[in-house]
Design a protein around this ligand. Structure first.
Ligand SMILES: CC/C=C\CC/C=C/CC(=O)SCCNC(=O)CCNC(=O)[C@H](O)C(C)(C)COP(=O)(O)OP(=O)(O)OC[C@H]1O[C@@H](n2cnc3c(N)ncnc32)[C@H](O)[C@@H]1OP(=O)(O)O
Length: 286
């Protein structure tokens, strides 16, 4: 992927007392400010925080902000990124179900295209990435985490690709990134059952790399992982990662339109709409 995004980072630098105290540069992602970014001056590592209360469900605006942030990190040759959430209990609730319920054609297209963009940029990023999973992480939330190269999960939450429980199949790029982390056997079992793993189960199966006691601990552990790359040529590192992920990336890059049409077709099926409607009601009744 060749991207020539302009360097917006420096334009967006804002100073704040807390940022100065901790030697951080802070900026937000764009017009809607649903993603906060703190770059540690000493290490160059950016902590990217999803900030769309209450559950960081991924709607068009949040995906667009995240996509812009990923462009900025790449054009600034970021030393590394830690993805986390501003919520105390949810990393991300996955795709915003309201984007798929009673869909409006143009918005649905823009929504899915933004999701594809985020996946391509995050899964294929040249800089190293880690997820500090400080809350529940179902479906699209899990997708963001598995795009990263390392996952540290706070205890007592759940993670997984639970799409089949919603009566839908996980899209092919969800499946390929899941298979990049789990064995084909484990991925098939979990995907078909729609398994949501507890933090301990996720560690056991290899879906996450470490368990943390709280958010700060998860960020520290992610940082330790990213700092290991100080000893490695960033070009050799990026090339190796992108070579390993090349087939998956090309699969989506070469079939974006087909993948979009499949999504539009699927969400416009009456049976899918009925299922999503029932699911929304079940969430509201909780
Ligand atoms: C060809 C392929 C076609 C289609 C592919 C589609 C792929 C889809 C992938 C996805 O990501 S689908 C989304 C799947 N997500 C979920 O199943 C998660 C659902 N949410 C939860 O399980 C829980 O909300 C939570 C564990 C994340 C958090 O629980 P809690 O802290 O108790 O919060 P509440 O459940 O009370 O939720 C607060 C508020 O937020 C609304 N909400 C929750 N999740 C979503 C969501 N994904 N999208 C939109 N809105 C969501 C929930 O309804 C509540 O709304 P109120 O109005 O009642 O406040």
């Amino acid at each position: 992927m060749i991207r020539n995004s302009i360097n917006l980072l420096t334009k967006k630098l804002i100073s704040s007392t807390s940022c100065q105290r901790t030697r951080m540069r802070c900026f937000s992602s764009g017009a809607t400010n649903l993603v906060d970014v703190n770059v540690n001056d000493k290490t160059g590592i950016a902590v990217v925080t999803l900030n769309r209360p209450p559950v960081n469900s991924l709607n068009l605006e949040l995906l667009t902000d995240l996509s812009k942030t990923l462009d900025e990190l790449e054009s600034n040759r970021s030393k590394g990124m830690i993805l986390t959430s501003s919520s105390k209990t949810v990393f991300s609730a996955g795709l915003d179900i309201l984007e798929m319920y009673n869909p409006e054609p143009e918005r649905s297209k823009a929504f899915w295209t933004a999701l594809q963009d985020v996946w391509l940029k995050l899964y294929g990023s040249p800089y190293p990435t880690a997820a500090a999973i400080n809350g529940h992480s179902p479906a699209g939330g899990c997708l963001l985490a598995i795009c990263c190269e390392y996952r540290v999960m706070v205890n007592d939450f759940t993670i997984g690709l639970n799409e089949t429980r919603l009566g839908i199949s996980a899209p092919s790029f969800f499946i390929s990134s899941f298979r990049n982390v789990l064995s084909t056997r484990e991925a098939e079992k979990a995907l078909t059952l729609g398994t949501m793993f507890s933090s301990d189960e996720a560690l056991k199966v290899g879906l996450v790399d470490e368990i943390a006691t709280d958010k700060a601990d998860s960020i520290n552990k992610c940082e330790n992982f990213l700092l290991e790359f100080k000893k490695v040529s960033s070009m050799a590192r990026a090339f190796t990662k992108q070579s390993l992920r090349k087939k998956d990336l090309e699969e989506l890059e070469n079939n974006r339109e087909q993948d979009l049409q499949l999504f539009l077709f699927a969400i416009n099926q009456p049976i899918v709409q009925k299922g999503l409607g029932a699911y929304i009601q079940s969430l509201k009744k909780k």
